[in-house]
Design a protein around this ligand. Structure first.
Ligand code: AGP
Length: 590
């Protein structure tokens, strides 16, 4: 959830790191801080607040020195305040650490260390510099101190550390959390995200299993968790898509909604042999289980529908955080399909590790090809939609359902048909974006006045209702629920009052007539009906017109106006849609 970046080189480290942190803000943004080494002086500045506010108050980018580590925080342990911001230091302020992850046994470690030291923060992180300092004082060697310290840490982590006694380097260490390292012309860098590496940096080393790196100004030296030297190979990074939409004053969310036709075009191009092999594995498996969270889970629901309707293969969808409770049914004969934009969602990774431990085959549909999820998978289908910065997932969702449409057609052997159909769909997604934009903006001013909003649909459109509700609630803070239209009368109808917005996704497919009954039930109780359809009906108070497409393709066009509606509703309520309160882009904690 937090973002880390470290630099050692010929440039002023703090300025370099500050620029990188700006690109990591989406990972976490309630506090920020930086520490540098200037000769043997360790200096640090940090504060609560957004990165720019912290810079205004503390001038963190001005710290002197050529070695430094920086952090943007999304709080998990300890409230948001200056003391809990990173870097965290040991008691003598000789060692500074920035950290992403959770020290699951922090409480026990604190109790033990507290007998000799006083902690100042309420973070779990603070035990890390304390532990390193304890071992450093015994061994006088940072590498050995880190290696010993991490043996005591439970849970996934990535951290960077500087020590005033090792003034020509900083250290990086990670276990089950992303941490990339690379050499660039002016020095060496470490970051929790490829996004913050310079544009011309196409390769990086990825740390895992508690591996440690010594980062000097000229090179990277790698060690295993016990401190033995190891060789590592660099990996190719996923780069941002060619910035076709470069209006920098625009919110990421809107830009990413608009990039969706491009995301579809990119994601349809998958490795044919891998698709065939994955399809065979799915057909032969005893059970097929999707696992994912949030928006990716909604894509998985679409996957389940496509597998059944197109691929004639039944499957199940289990939310990432619930997966382990179903582990008994997983065996070598299971296929687990994990869907994740980031590939770093802890709940999904937990489930996938459980599946691996039971020898299941893992297929991942993931945007970040250097992510943990990709590493844990037998087959990886990259989304190729470029970096998604807004907290609200939009284009990654579009790419996910594209890959799922393709995979389901590999199951049926009709993959060539779907490739052509999807290509023909691209201009329609563009069209639906353009034609509904102004309407969404004006309608949003009405929706913004309400405290609730319901989204209903049937069949394959049901997951669109769920996804639209998630988009609306996370960026506008309006309580929103998506549900099968037929469920309305089983409880939610009691909440419908005069003017309550009910969005009905009812394209002119096999669901149209049945959904109309449910719309009527809501309408006569006062609901304000917003229809999303290619066919007008007089029951609609407002109508988002979508193009006529084949049944299984409706979700591609139906979601677009609802993403726009959520975006404009956020603006109408004065919320920055790119960084909704309490949320982070990658949820790397359980
Ligand atoms: C989507 O708008 C959300 N912000 C969130 O639900 C997200 O989809 C979820 O956290 C899963 O993330 P992932 O795809 O990176 O695994």
């Amino acid at each position: 959830m937090c973002g880390l970046i470290g630099y050692n080189g010929s440039e002023q480290a703090a300025g370099f790191i500050f620029t990188g942190l700006k690109k990591l803000k989406y990972r976490g943004h309630d506090s920020a801080g930086l520490a540098t080494l200037d000769g043997d002086r360790l200096q640090y500045k940090k504060d609560a607040g957004k990165l720019e506010e912290v810079e205004r108050r503390q001038h963190i980018s001005q710290l002197p020195g050529h070695i430094g580590i920086g952090h943007v925080r999304w709080a998990t342990h300890g409230i948001v305040n200056r003391t809990n911001a990173h870097p965290q230091l040991d008691q003598c302020s000789n060692i500074a650490v920035v950290h992403n992850g959770i020290v699951e046994n922090a409480f026990e470690l604190r109790r033990r260390l507290e007998t000799a030291h006083s902690f100042v923060s309420t973070t779990d992180t603070e035990v890390i510099p304390f532990l390193i300092a304890q071992y450093y004082n015994r061994k006088g060697n940072m590498l050995a101190a880190i290696s010993n310290a991490i043996e005591e840490l439970h849970g996934p982590f990535a951290f960077l550390a500087i020590c005033r006694y090792t003034k020509d380097k900083f250290f990086a260490c990670a276990r089950e959390m992303p941490l990339l390292l690379s050499c660039i012309p002016t020095g060496c860098i470490a970051s929790s995200d490829a996004n913050s590496l310079p544009d011309d940096c196409n390769q990086a080393y990825v740390l895992d299993n508690g591996e440690i790196a010594e980062v000097t100004a000229q090179n990277l030296i790698f060690y295993d968790r016990a401190g033995n030297p190891i060789e590592k190979q660099p990996e190719t990074l996923m780069r941002q898509i060619g910035a076709i939409y470069t209006n920098s004053t625009e919110h990421y969310m809107m830009r990413e909604i608009r990039e969706q036709p491009y995301a579809i075009e990119q994601s349809i191009g998958q490795n044919v042999v891998d698709m065939q092999d994955a399809a065979r594995a799915i057909k032969e498996a005893q059970n097929v289980i999707f696992t994912a969270c949030g928006t990716s889970r909604h894509a998985a629901l679409m996957g389940r529908y496509l597998f059944s309707r197109v691929g004639k293969r039944m499957s199940e969808v289990i939310i990432g955080s619930e997966f382990k409770y179903f582990s008994e049914v997983i065996s070598w004969n299971s296929v687990v399909i994990a869907i994740s934009q980031s590939g770093e969602t802890a709940d999904v990774l937990d489930g996938v590790r459980t599946a691996r431990a039971r020898n299941a085959k893992v297929i991942s549909i993931v945007n970040h090809s250097t992510s943990q999820l990709a590493r844990l998978s037998n087959f990886v289908f990259p989304l190729k939609c470029g970096t998604e910065n807004a907290v609200a997932a939009t284009k990654s969702y579009m790419a996910q359902i594209t890959v799922l449409a393709l995979l389901s057609h590999y199951l049926s052997g009709h993959q060539h048909d779907i490739i052509q159909k999807i290509k023909a769909l691209v201009p329609l997604v563009e069209l639906v974006y353009e034609t509904n934009l102004k309407h969404a903006e004006s309608l949003a001013r009405n929706i913004a006045k309400h405290n609730v909003c319901y989204f209903i649909a049937r069949g394959s459109n049901f997951h669109i209702a769920m996804e639209a509700a998630l988009k609306m609630k996370e960026v506008s803070y309006i309580h929103s629920e998506g549900m099968p239209a037929g469920e309305l009368k089983h409880g939610t109808l009691a909440l419908i009052e005069k003017g309550t917005p009910v969005v009905a996704i009812c394209p002119d497919d096999y669901t149209f007539n049945d959904t109309l009954y449910n719309i009527e039930e809501a309408k006569i109780r006062g609901a304000f009906i917003i229809g999303v359809s290619d066919k007008y009906h007089s029951v609609f108070d407002e109508w988002f017109k979508i193009p006529k497409v084949e049944e299984i393709l409706y979700p591609f066009v139906a979601i677009v106006p609802l993403q726009e509606l959520a975006y404009f509703t956020a603006l109408a309520r004065g919320v920055n849609p790119d960084s909704p309160r309490n949320l982070a882009k990658s949820v790397t904690v359980r």
